[in-house]
Structure formats: C-alpha cells, structure tokens
Design a protein around this ligand. Structure first.
Ligand SMILES: [Zn+2]
Length: 116
C-alpha cells in the first residue's frame, strides 16, 4: 500500500487535480477501502447530499460528503520535495518496511500491507 490513512496526498487526475493555480489539490486521507482500492480524501470529490430532517439532523438540508476516489489517482506528498511523489519500499534491518520517496529517499513512514 503506497498510501496510509492520515497521509497528506496529492490528487493527480480529475477536476480536483487543478483546483488552485498551478497546484494540485491536496488533502489528508480519511479512509481507505482495500477491497475497492479507493480512498476518501478530505475536501476531494466533495458532493452535496440532500438529507431529510432526522433526530440527528433536525434541519435536514445539505451535507457535504467526500466521494472515494481511485487509489491510483493519489500520490503521497514527500515533505522534502513538497510534491506528490512515487513511492519505493525500503526493507529495514529488522525486516520492517518503510515507504520512501523515490526522488530523494526521504522516509514516508511504515509500509502497510493491504487488508483483504
Ligand atoms: Zn522526496
């Protein structure tokens, strides 16, 4: 898994990719669905959902929800390169694996196996 929950990622395709001048949209990964290979990213793919009044939401009205996007459409951001980067995997001496920026080698945290 190149991406983990809580990662700051860059969106590489779709209408969110060109959100602000010259910069790709960024957001934090809220959740990952390993089965469908989709991620939900804060502020990305946002849609309005109309809801009926309920006890939880007595006013009803519109809710913002984030629609999951394809995992392959996001890239983790390397803090050193300050951009979305390709991720490599480095095996540590104790057998654990780290994700590293393929450009500069900076560690991007532990590599996570997909839970299927
Ligand atoms: Zn880097």
């Amino acid at each position: 898994m190149r991406v983990k929950k809580g990662d700051l990622v860059e969106v590489t395709v779709g209408k969110d990719a060109a959100a602000s001048e010259g910069h790709r949209a960024r957001g934090r990964v809220l959740s990952i669905d390993d089965k469908s290979g989709r991620v939900t990213v804060e502020g990305i793919g946002r849609v309005h959902k109309h809801v009926r009044p309920s006890r939880k939401n007595p006013q009803g009205g519109r809710l913002h929800i984030e629609r999951p996007i394809e995992l392959s459409n996001v890239m983790p951001i390397c803090p050193k390169c300050d951009r979305g980067v390709r991720v490599g995997v480095k095996v540590n001496e104790d057998g654990s694996r780290d994700r590293v920026c393929k450009k500069c080698g900076t560690s991007l945290g532990r590599y996570r196996r997909a839970q299927k």
